[in-house]
Structure formats: C-alpha cells, structure tokens
Design a protein around this ligand. Structure first.
Ligand code: ACO
Length: 324
C-alpha cells in the first residue's frame, strides 16, 4: 500500500504579539529581532493548550479534505509541549474531534517532530492496516519560555498544523527520507527536565524552561541541514535542480539563507512565514505547508517535488522528499 497526502490544515491562537510589544517587556528591540531572525510577530496562546490548537488544526484538515472524524484510523501528534505527560496530546485530540477509539500517540523530536511523525505515519499507512491517518504538529512554546530571558523569548510562537494521509494503490507522495539524531549534543537545547531528586527546590524546578545555546544550534543547523537535503534528493535519484520548493523548519531566516548558500541554490526556493509566526517548533512545517496549499503556491496532484526539512532539540534533524 502507498501513502498519499490528501490535504493540510492549521490553527494559530488569535493574540498577536509584535516585536514592539516585547520591547516593553524586556531589554530587546525590533531592529535586533528582525535583523537577527526575520521575526516580526508571533501568535501567543491565551489559555488554549496544545491539544486544543491541534484539535482545531485537525478540524480544519477534516473540513478541507471532506473526511469525517469517524473515518480517521490513527492520530500522531508531534510536540515538545504536550498538555501533560498523560494523557497524551493525541488522545485528547481523538476526543476533541470525536474520532473513534483509534490508535493515538505523541512523538517528541522537538522542532524535527513533524518529520519524525510523518515518517512513522507513512510506514503505518504502508502496512496496509489503516486507511486514513492524521499527522499533527502543535506547540504552546509560550508556556515553557522564561519571559525574562530575551535570548529565547523573542524567538518562539504558538500554533498547530497537520496533514491527512490516505492509503492508495497507486499514488505515492513519499519519494525518500533522511532522518537522524545525536543525543551527545542534546545539552544545546533543553526544556522540562525532570530531575531525580526527592526534595524539589525553586532553583531546580526552573529547569522546566527552554534553555538554548543559540550559536551552537545555528552552527549545527547550517552544517547538518544542507547535507540532509542533498542526501534525501540524491539518494532518491533526483537532483537539487528538480526540487520545486523547500519547506524548512522556520527557526531563523538567516539559517535559511545560510543553507541556500551552502547548497548553491536560490534562497527563494525556501518558502517562509517566519516573519508572522516566529519559531513554532514542530508546528512550523505543517503551518507553512497549509499556507502554501491554501494560497495556491503549491497544488496537490501537480507532481511537483518538495523537500520538507526539520532540525532542533535532541539534537534531531531530517528531511523528506515529497511528490505533491
Ligand atoms: N534583543 C537584543 N539583544 C539580544 C537579544 C535580544 N532579544 N538576545 C541576545 N541579544 C544580545 C546578546 O546578549 C549578545 O550581546 P553581546 O554581544 O553584548 O554579548 C548579542 O545580542 C549577540 O547574541 P548572539 O546570541 O551571539 O546572537 P546571534 O547572532 O547568534 O543570534 C539567535 C541569536 C537568533 C538565537 C541565533 O543564534 C539562532 O537563531 N540560533 C538558532 C536557534 C534555532 O534554530 N533553534 C532551533 C531549534 S528550536 C527547537 O528545537 C525547539
């Protein structure tokens, strides 16, 4: 059996926080944020947790594809900001959308989470056991941000997106993948540590906040991502010149520029919406994909080749070559 992308959807919280608003909260400025990252605004949740953002993105997907919640056979949610450790966010989404008591589980690969979830979803569909699967990426990054730490607070936003996979006999959306992890460098980005101690103090509880060595993540991204993009394309017997669009994790516009330069391809090949949403971690790829499909820049069935590529905490990184 083959896996086909049927459609996409997304949801972001209504509250928009501009760089100017952040200037009033911390020692930062619009010029620094724009020039170092490309970010102008981000959406921040006012009480909607990750399962609600994912549930609303799922409803958007179902509406756009005309498939009912009762037809869905599994749900995978990629997130590093679940509502809690249990129940999983995917189980809460199963209930939220009114799906049958199907298989539902979370995957955590930080900003690469959507790539990981999509890879698993494709294999589940290929098994021939399932007809329809929802692959979602959703984050409320604002709940793990230390809003006094300007080096991380200006970067992230909240949101959710996803796609619907369907089993078909003929049309295969997935041409190749290249997915990795390196836990030895995991300390570069940590969040939500559960320390082994019986006597919690305020100090060690503060480890729940996201902490990032921005410079080393930047260097890791511009070294690993070009290699991964080249590998996934060439190992699938295509050339970079045959790729129509690259939908990369939206962490920093300068990272996209550096990746393009290394691959000697125009930066315009990289779709981007980081200015509006900031870094929404596992949600950034599906939110962008949904935007491109909704505004007609990408068309399902057009046979165009696109690369999805993610990188982030773990460390994790990976790319998939997709035929629309
Ligand atoms: N406003 C103003 N000044 C700031 C701010 C801010 N918000 N943040 C830092 N600065 C200052 C620093 O203190 C430093 O000042 P100094 O020179 O006086 O010491 C100066 O700006 C430069 O700081 P750098 O950290 O060197 O800035 P850099 O150019 O490296 O940009 C950034 C930082 C944007 C974080 C960049 O390193 C980056 O994008 N890294 C990658 C992050 C990423 O991709 N994460 C993805 C994974 S996320 C995930 O998996 C969940």
């Amino acid at each position: 059996m083959k896996a086909k992308i049927m459609g996409a959807g997304s949801y972001v919280p209504h509250k928009v926080v501009s760089n100017a608003m952040l200037e009033k909260m911390m020692d930062t400025n619009d010029e620094w944020i724009r020039t170092r990252t490309g970010i102008e605004t981000r959406h921040i949740s006012e009480g909607e947790n990750t399962s609600v953002l994912c549930g609303k993105a799922a409803m958007d997907i179902l509406e756009k594809t005309g498939i009912s919640a009762k037809e869905i056979d599994f749900i995978i949610v990629a997130t590093m900001t679940p509502d809690g450790l249990s129940p999983s966010t995917a189980c809460l989404v199963q209930d939220y959308i009114g799906a049958k008591p199907i298989m539902a589980f979370d995957v955590n690969a930080a900003c690469s989470g959507f790539i990981y979830a999509l890879s698993i979803g494709e294999k589940l569909i290929q098994s021939g056991t399932f007809q329809y699967g929802l692959i979602l990426g959703g984050e409320v990054m604002s709940k793990i941000i230390d809003w006094q730490d300007r080096s991380t607070a200006v970067l992230f936003g909240d949101g959710a997106g996803g796609i619907l996979l369907s089993a078909t006999e003929t049309e295969n959306s997935f041409l190749g993948e290249d997915i990795h992890s390196d836990g030895s460098r995991g300390e570069s980005l940590t969040a939500g540590s559960h320390l082994v101690t019986n006597f919690h103090t305020k100090e060690n509880l503060e480890n729940r906040f996201l902490q990032m060595d921005g410079r080393s993540i930047f260097d890791f991204a511009i070294r690993s991502v070009p290699e991964s993009i080249r590998t996934v394309v060439e190992s699938s017997n295509y050339t970079l010149g045959e790729v129509d669009c690259i939908v990369a994790h939206q962490a920093n516009y300068r990272i996209l520029q550096a990746i393009a330069k290394k691959l000697k391809i125009p930066v315009e090949l990289f779709a981007t919406n980081i200015a509006k949403y900031g870094n929404t971690s596992a949600a950034s790829i599906p939110i962008l994909l949904d935007e491109l499909l909704t505004n007609g820049d990408l068309v399902l069935g057009s046979k165009k080749k696109i690369v999805l590529t993610g990188f982030g905490g773990g460390l994790t990184w990976g790319s998939m070559l997709i035929q629309l």
